[in-house]
Each structure stands twice: as structure tokens, then as C-alpha cells.
Ligand binder design. Structure first.
Ligand code: FE
Length: 340
């Protein structure tokens, strides 16, 4: 009886110790949990480097932005997530609006991330910039014919335009920003003009838009530049497509961000802030750009060779949060003009 009691105590102790050990990281401690709508291959190299430098481990869960946000809301104060990372200011704005992000006060982030690329209330910060611009067939379009997004509504482009679906947040953000710039009535006229000029039904993604141009289905489209970069890497630099920077005499090219914020119920907010600040630093910014052929948020960070090959341009300096603020108006507007 005594022996079995002793065995029981030892067994319980072993279980307790191994359970404790299982929940410790090898470097004794700190860990940041990230819910990420960015894919693993775009974030893991950054997190690995951060861990090397700081000893703080980063664990992450990847999913689409919608499900991650829903999960954060459902988990409430029981969430294990310290950070939410996602693409598009429209999504970041939604997260802030649904109150899952904490307002931060960080001189480092404010210095590293330009004011137009972050939430005015400090709940999320852009970490990379994506430019949504015009792509055209070098076989059938003279770049002198191109000027602005708005001009793609002119009748010269009838039957020559391809667009991605309005269901994707990227085009919602573009139209939302146009509403902020031009007002609703003018934007409705422009987007209605695009729909009239469509060569075929909207595509599910930017790559399909470019493939349709190469195939001769249409002559121009609107895409994020990194998709163009991926196509160049896949099909070669002699693909008969080129980028055009529109609106250079006006507000500039439509910009959006990928970015992150710290959750309201983070269990490790200090380490999460350390990670977020590190991501805005010089080394991480260079990596961020290189991994997805996007632009760094920091103006002092060099662009990769491929990104530089597309040339310099003027980007719209409107605060990217406008994309979220006017998202509902944009969706309704696109619906009214029959943009599917
Ligand atoms: Fe994308």
C-alpha cells in the first residue's frame, strides 16, 4: 500500500514536471503568438531572424483574414494571440473597428512608419506597401495612351479592359480611396465606365487578369505590382506586359499596406511590441520587401533589383485607413454599377 502510494506520487510528479517542461520554450520563456493572414513563407524567415536576435520565440497560425478576425472576436480575453498580421488596410481597419486591437504608443513605430501608412489611432501599422497600378500589353498599347485610372473609363478602352472581381478587398479599397478623393457621384461614373469597357467578366485574381492580357482577351488591367513580379519570375522578363504608373500629375498611384497590430487581450504585449517595432526596423524592412516583391514602408530602405526595375513613381499620400472607412460605400457603389 505504501509502495503504491509512493509510485503514485512519483508518477504524478513526473507528469507535472513534463507538463511544465512542455509549456516552456527552450530559451526559458518569452513567446509571441501571431495570427497571420500572410502566408508562412512570407513571415517565417522574418520570425526566425527575430528569434535569433532576441531569443523570443514566435508561434503563428495562418488563415484568411476573415476567419482570423472572427476567431479573435470569439476568443475574446481568452485568446492566445498577441498579434494580428494581415494584408490590406480595409482588413486592418475592420479589425480595429471590431475592437480586437490595442492602441499603441510607440515612438519607434511612429518614426519608422509614415503617418499615411498607419492607423491615426495607433491600433495598426503598415509594414509593407503594395502599389495597385495599371498593367498593359506591350504589343497592343502605346503607354502614351495611358494616363489615369479614371481614363480607363473612356470609350477608347471599350472592350479592352480586364478587372479582378469586386468581391476582393483590393478593389474595394481602390474604389473606397477614389470615393475619398473624388466623391461618390464622380467615382460611380468612373467605375460604371470601367464596367462598360470590360472585355469579359471579372477574374478571381490579379494573375488571371495578366494572363488574359497576354492571351489577347484584353489590353489593360489593374493589378498589385508583386503579382506582375511573380509573373515575370514564372514566365520570363520578355512577357509582353508592362506596368504603367497612373495619376502622376494628380494624387499618384493607389497604395495599400500589409500590416499588424497587437491584440487587446495579448498575454505578452511587451514582447509583441518588441516584434512589431523590430518589423519596422531596417533589416526586417529589407526582408519584407524582398520576400513578396513589395515596397518597404521606410523611405530609407533600398528596393530589390526586380522592384527597382519597375521604376520610381509618386504614390497617393492619403491615409490608407480611408480604404476601410469607405469600404461599405465602395461595395454598394460597385454593386450599383454592376461590377461583379
Ligand atoms: Fe495579394
Amino acid at each position: 500500500m505504501r509502495l503504491s502510494l509512493l509510485v503514485g506520487i512519483v508518477a504524478a510528479a513526473v507528469i507535472a514536471v513534463s507538463y511544465w517542461a512542455m509549456n516552456q520554450s527552450p530559451d526559458d520563456g518569452e513567446e509571441v503568438v501571431v495570427y497571420s493572414a500572410r502566408q508562412e513563407h512570407l513571415i517565417k524567415p522574418l520570425f526566425d531572424r527575430f528569434t535569433e536576435e532576441t531569443g523570443i520565440r514566435v508561434r503563428y497560425v495562418t488563415d484568411d483574414a476573415g476567419p482570423l478576425l472572427q476567431r479573435l472576436r470569439a476568443e475574446g480575453r481568452n485568446t492566445r494571440a498577441d498579434m494580428l498580421m494581415t494584408v490590406d488596410a480595409g482588413n486592418l481597419w475592420q479589425a480595429a473597428e471590431q475592437d480586437v486591437l490595442a492602441a499603441l504608443d510607440s515612438a519607434t513605430l511612429e518614426a519608422n512608419v509614415p503617418a499615411n501608412l498607419r492607423d491615426p489611432d495607433g491600433r495598426w501599422f503598415g509594414l509593407s506597401v503594395r502599389a495597385r497600378t495599371i498593367v498593359y500589353s506591350t504589343e497592343r498599347v502605346d503607354p502614351d495612351e495611358l494616363s489615369t485610372y479614371e481614363a480607363l473609363a473612356d470609350e477608347d478602352w471599350e472592350g479592352r479592359l480586364c478587372l479582378r472581381t469586386s468581391k476582393k478587398v483590393y478593389n474595394q479599397s481602390l474604389v473606397a480611396t477614389m470615393i475619398a478623393r473624388h466623391g461618390e457621384a464622380e467615382t460611380e461614373e468612373i467605375v460604371g465606365g470601367w464596367v462598360d469597357n470590360l472585355a469579359t467578366q471579372p477574374f478571381s485574381n490579379d494573375t488571371a487578369v495578366m494572363e488574359a492580357i497576354v492571351a489577347g482577351q484584353c489590353d489593360v488591367g489593374i493589378v498589385n505590382t508583386y503579382y506582375f513580379g511573380r509573373l515575370q519570375e514564372r514566365d520570363g522578363d520578355d512577357t509582353p506586359l508592362a506596368l504603367f504608373w497612373p495619376n502622376q500629375d494628380a494624387e499618384g498611384v493607389h497604395l495599400n499596406v500589409s500590416g499588424a497590430g497587437i491584440t487587446r487581450h495579448a498575454s505578452n504585449p511587451e514582447a509583441a511590441l518588441q516584434l512589431l517595432e523590430w518589423l519596422s526596423g531596417e533589416e526586417a524592412q529589407q526582408m519584407f520587401g524582398a520576400l513578396n516583391m513589395e515596397y518597404p514602408v521606410r523611405p530609407d530602405t533600398e528596393w530589390t533589383e526586380r522592384v527597382s526595375s519597375w521604376g520610381e513613381f509618386r504614390g497617393d499620400d492619403i491615409n490608407v485607413s480611408e480604404a476601410g472607412r469607405r469600404q461599405v460605400d465602395a461595395v454598394m457603389l460597385m454593386d450599383r454599377v454592376g461590377y461583379r
